[in-house]
Design a protein around this ligand. Structure first.
Ligand SMILES: [Zn+2]
Ligand SMILES: [Zn+2]
Length: 259
């Protein structure tokens, strides 16, 4: 990069930004600095006549003519198209932001609807699948097994609850597929989840969470592990008004129950 500043004759220290030759103070063709980029051009490179040079030698405040080097002149001619592109890009960004907001709102509405629907469901694991070929018999088997399991948890009649296996059928020796059980209400599902600790395997009943809820729970568990390994005590994940949170055990009141 050449020296910056007002138009002046090159000294032996200054070099032309184009040909990189050091300035010659004895040179009659004076050097000049671009008013835009401040690069210095030697007499061989700026292509100005002695009269033009005299104009540019006037002090900056006294003259209205601006000297631009070839690069800056070329950039100036591209300015209108650059500005147009900038305007187009600004419009595009605005459109994208609008679309993004719209998608985020749609996703939030979908998530809320999905959570509301899933709130009355439970997922039941480890119930062996019937080997019968008859679909009605398979359903009867699942229904009876689920009713038996839930009787051990709380007093809810789920004999008419809808239920179905999750995932495509697998080979006979594969682990049984989980069952999604649709109960009559959210309060029935909560009652089962709050009392599942009575089971010998409480993990065989879980809440029906959306992928986002599962992801958030995973994040909370990782955070909890970090806090415990950094020495924090008495912290755990509890459901407060249906939302999982990391809390200190001592701040929990009796009314806040674990799901
Ligand atoms: Zn030069
Ligand atoms: Zn320039």
């Amino acid at each position: 990069m050449s020296a910056k500043g007002k138009n002046r004759s090159p000294t032996s220290m200054e070099k032309c930004s184009k040909c990189n030759k050091a300035g010659n103070p004895a040179d009659k063709k004076l050097s000049i600095t671009c008013d835009c980029c401040k690069d210095l051009l030697c007499g061989d490179c700026h292509g100005l006549s002695p009269t033009e040079i005299r104009v540019f030698e006037l002090k900056t405040v006294a003259r209205v003519v601006t000297f631009l080097c070839a690069d800056c002149r070329s950039t100036m001619t591209q300015l209108p198209s650059i500005l147009k592109k900038l305007n187009d890009l600004t419009d595009e960004v605005q459109q994208l932001r609008l679309r993004q907001n719209m998608m985020a709102t749609e996703a939030a509405v979908h998530e809320l609807t999905e959570r509301k629907y899933r709130a009355q469901n439970i997922i039941v694991y480890d119930i062996p699948e019937s080997t019968s070929e008859n679909i009605q018999e398979k359903k009867k088997h699942d229904s009876e097994e689920v009713a038996k399991l839930i009787r051990g948890v709380c007093n809810i009649d789920c004999s008419k609850a809808k239920m179905f296996r999750l995932g495509a059928p697998k080979s006979a020796d594969a682990p049984p597929r989980p069952l999604k059980v649709i109960l009559k209400s959210k309060s029935e599902a909560l009652a089962v989840l709050r009392n599942k600790g009575k089971l010998s395997k409480p993990g065989s009943i879980k809440a029906d969470l959306t992928p986002l809820q599962r992801e958030y729970l995973k994040y909370l568990r990782e955070e909890l592990d970090k806090r415990i390994s950094s020495g924090e005590k008495d912290v755990t994940i509890k459901y407060i008004q249906g939302q999982p949170k990391i809390v200190k055990n001592k701040i929990l009141s009796n009314s806040q129950k674990n799901c």
